[in-house]
Design a protein around this ligand. Structure first.
Ligand code: ATP
Ligand code: MG
Length: 414
């Protein structure tokens, strides 16, 4: 292969992975079959709408982007509009954003509606209903209100629930999808009780091992790269179910392999690419990490280890763990020390304080406290740092991740 060929493969890798942005292409979207079907049900049934909620960065926006693509039918024009809410938005400003795009999208789809000009004043749920009713039978508007958790105005939130109710009651042939970071529906949308029947609730979990595997392997195959089960597994377990990390690690490992003039990505390439991956991460995560683990008296270096052990603690399905669950990983990191909860309790408590940037949150009642990372993105970062600084070995890291049989499904020849 010539230098130009290698440069072309590298460019393909950079184009295939998108750690910084949601997926826009059907073939590059991994898994999530159940969630897509649920969203399609909302689109296909009149009077039904959807709410997509979950942790930051699990793939909510990517999912709704794909909905716009998979809903297309030969005899149906999908008019897909997604807007991001921001903290200053009111109901009116939010819908003005929608109407502007709706005009444009409807025109591109062959319709010729001009709507936004009529709404220079306040917009009400009734106005929204009127606008969405204007589309013909074979036009299917899908309106996504993304980043909905960022809206500060209480009234805007209530009016959106009212809108869903009106659209459902009048059986309007449009689908509204509300998307945001939240643990449950009630924190994302108020008054949801009155619209339960019209609202399909979709909780986005972290990605499964199979889904992450698919994410990596599809992209490598597209770039003409091969890999093995060890490499994929390493990317999977380091990502902790967060697709952002799978993109970042797989992309940088591939770049490293290419720099060595190889078309096969090995698990050691991920280690070699750790520096590169960490540097590409958001500066704020790195700063928060340093703030959380800094030692004030010079002799208290246990903060970094306790935080690393927290990142490996056995969690419940909401990512929460007990204080006692930290002992096993901590003692794996420091064999022979036999640390008890009484030693590291104060470290965990101070992780919940402002001084260490509230890296952990404590939830529940005093007898049954649970902890979780305030920012889910922090957890894989801590593990990457641990590996990169030699605080953590592969062997220890893998103890906490049960490796399933990895069939890469690549078929012969790869
Ligand atoms: N199903 C998927 N297949 C492949 N990559 C995915 C998938 N879902 C998400 N990603 C990738 O994961 C990252 C986060 O995705 P996305 O922006 O959709 O998440 P989000 O939940 O909307 O995040 P936020 O809470 O920050 O809005 C992006 O890099 C995106 O490309
Ligand atoms: Mg998003």
């Amino acid at each position: 292969m010539t230098i130009e060929d290698w440069a072309a493969v590298r460019a393909d890798v950079t184009a295939a992975f998108s750690p910084g942005s949601p997926v826009q292409e059907k073939d590059l979207f991994a898994g999530r079959g159940k969630q897509i079907s649920a969203l399609e049900d909302a689109v296909n049934q009149r009077g039904r709408h959807a709410i997509v909620y979950g942790e930051r960065g699990v793939g909510k926006t990517s999912l709704v982007n794909i909905l716009g693509l998979v809903s297309r039918r030969p005899n149906r024009d999908v008019i897909y509009v997604r807007v991001n809410a921001d903290p200053t938005d009111t109901f009116t400003t939010l819908w003005r954003k929608v109407f502007k795009r709706l005009n444009y999208t409807a025109e591109v789809a062959g319709g010729s509606k001009r709507i936004s000009d009529d709404f220079s004043g306040d917009i009400t749920p009734d106005d929204v209903q009127l606008v969405l009713e204007q589309f013909s039978e074979n036009q299917m508007p899908i309106i996504v209100l993304d980043e909905f958790d960022r809206i500060k105005q209480h009234q805007a939130n209530i009016l959106v629930a009212d809108t869903i109710k009106a659209l459902a009651d009048y059986s309007v042939n449009a689908t509204l999808v509300v998307v945001g970071v939240a643990e449950d529906v009630s924190t994302l949308i108020e008054g949801h009780e009155s619209i339960t029947r019209s609202l399909i609730q979709i909780k986005m979990p972290r990605m499964s091992t199979d889904e992450l595997k698919q994410l990596v392997v599809t992209r490598y195959s597209r770039c003409g790269l091969s890999t093995d089960a060890d490499a994929v597994w390493k990317i999977v377990f380091l990502s902790r179910g967060l697709p952002y990390y799978a993109h970042l690690l797989a992309m940088n490992a591939a770049r490293f392999a290419i720099s060595e003039r190889r078309l096969t990505v090995r698990h050691t390439d991920i280690d070699k690419a750790l520096d590169g991956s960490i540097t590409e991460l958001d500066q704020s995560i790195r700063e928060d990490y340093m703030r959380a683990i800094r030692s004030q008296r010079g002799d208290d270096t246990l903060y970094a280890s306790v935080l690393l052990a927290c990142a490996f603690a056995q969690t419940d399905e909401l990512g929460r763990f007990q204080q006692s669950a930290v002992a096993v990983p901590l003692n794996k990191l420091h064999p022979g020390k036999n640390y008890q909860a009484s030693t590291y309790a104060m470290h965990m408590n101070s992780f919940c304080e402002e001084d260490r940037g509230n890296v952990l949150q404590r939830v529940g009642t005093p007898r049954a406290y649970r902890y979780r990372f305030a920012d889910p993105m922090m957890q894989p970062f801590i593990i990457l740092k641990g590996l990169n600084e030699g605080r953590l070995t592969d062997e220890i890291a893998q103890i906490f991740s049960t490796k399933p049989q990895m069939d890469l499904g690549l078929g012969p020849g790869i």
